[in-house]
Design a protein around this ligand. Structure first.
Ligand code: PLP
Length: 388
């Protein structure tokens, strides 16, 4: 009997090792891993370059307190701001911590502007921002909040794609709108370019802040460094995590100069956030992902992948409802429950994971090879053919 609490529905597979796009189980089976720790291992398993960075830093210094300067963190923040909308960064360890800090930054901004009543955050109903107490109430999902005590106040919700519901939900107390440019857990729903543009405009008109949660869709996953870049807008605050650590726990909040003014000494802190080991690895991940060619290549291979998936959809219009997503954040939406299909893919040695809305989520490493995409296409086609 396991001593682990029962909060996960775990598959009965464990792994001996991983390399690139592949995982090797303890039973000797080789799987094509198109989950990659849920969009975390951006450069695949056991990447040589990241290994070198990890081992190199491990012999120097792992952890020092934020009571001291941390040069690797200075460098990572400098690179994140130089290449994006942001002027400042605060490092965290996970996605939920990052989204919560994004909320804190937004509220503190209005507090310092002598408008403390502006503290409510408007979010998409049934979105996903993490599992801490505030984050589950930001997500507004009954399933995630039920049984966990009093509702954390300060969150309002609007229905995805419903502009009337959005406008109606903005009040004098609204501080910020927080959205995932691509809903990950919510079923790989992409917010259209013109909608994100409209959101930015709306926020400007109402003098409120725009938070883009790029924890899942950021750091190259969409084919651009940030998914919101497709629309040409600039958010005020962006929480990130998952892909930036390449498998090492690392989160951060990026923000513009305007909102950063509230974050004075003592207003926020984290024991582990921004430690030298995490910072060294974050820098190594950026070495690879920030190359223009690297991102262009994600777009190219994504186009190929989506095209091939749409061919399968056209051959099986009774099984597949829609292929959607951007870059290498891809969803196959079925007409029916997807669990059985995922199980069959697994039997054929392709690992995928579900999202809401009957969606099978496909998350290859960002340096996936065309030949590996072809293997997955073959398996998905085979499962469609045998599927009844
Ligand atoms: C995964 C995720 C989070 C939470 O990240 P954790 O590291 O699990 O806390 C927050 N927002 C989005 C969009 C995510 O996909």
């Amino acid at each position: 009997m396991s001593s682990l609490a029962n909060n996960y529905r775990r598959r009965k597979i464990s792994f001996r090792k991983g390399k690139g796009s592949f995982l090797y189980s303890t039973k000797g089976i080789k799987y094509l891993d198109f989950i990659q720790g849920i969009a975390v291992n951006s450069l695949g398993h056991s990447n040589n370059y990241l290994n070198k960075a990890l081992h190199g830093q491990s012999k120097k210094v792992w952890h020092v307190s934020n009571a001291f300067e941390i040069p690797e963190g200075e460098r990572l923040a400098k690179r994140l701001t130089k290449n994006t909308f942001a002027d400042y960064v605060i490092f965290q360890n996970s996605g939920a911590e990052a989204t919560e800090l994004a909320i804190k930054v937004a509220r503190k901004f209005f507090y310092t502007k002598k408008k403390p009543h502006k503290n409510r955050i408007l979010c998409v109903k049934n979105s996903f921002h993490g599992r801490t107490l505030a984050a589950i109430h930001a997500s507004g999902s009954k399933k995630m909040t039920e049984g966990f005590g009093p509702k954390i106040p300060g969150f309002d919700h609007f229905i995805f794609g419903n502009h009337r519901s959005l406008r109606k939900s903005i009040t004098k107390k609204t501080a910020a709108i927080m959205v995932e440019p691509i809903l990950g857990e919510g079923g790989i729903k992409v917010i259209p370019k013109w909608c994100l543009k409209g959101l930015r405009k709306l926020c400007d008109q109402k003098k409120i802040l725009l938070i883009c949660d790029e924890v899942q869709c950021g750091i190259g996953r969409s084919g651009k460094f940030f998914a919101f870049e497709y629309s040409g807008i600039k958010p005020d605050i962006v929480p990130i995590a998952k892909g930036i650590g390449g498998g090492f726990p690392l989160g951060a909040v990026l923000m513009n100069k305007k909102v950063a003014t509230g974050m004075t000494p003592g207003t926020h802190g984290s024991t582990f956030g921004g430690n030298p080991l995490a910072m060294r690895i974050g820098n190594a991940v950026l070495d690879k992902i920030m190359k223009k060619k690297f991102l262009k290549n994600i777009q190219k291979i994504s186009k190929y992948f989506l095209n091939e998936l749409n061919k399968i959809k056209n051959d099986h219009p009774d099984i597949i409802k829609e292929i959607r997503g951007l870059g290498l954040l891809i969803g196959i939406q079925l007409f029916n429950d997807q669990a059985k299909f995922i199980k069959k893919l697994e039997k054929n040695k392709l690992l995928t994971i579900k999202a809401a809305d009957n969606v099978i989520r496909i998350l290859p490493p960002l340096n996936v090879k065309k030949a590996e995409i072809d293997i997955s296409i073959k398996i998905i086609r085979k499962v469609c053919k045998e599927y009844k």
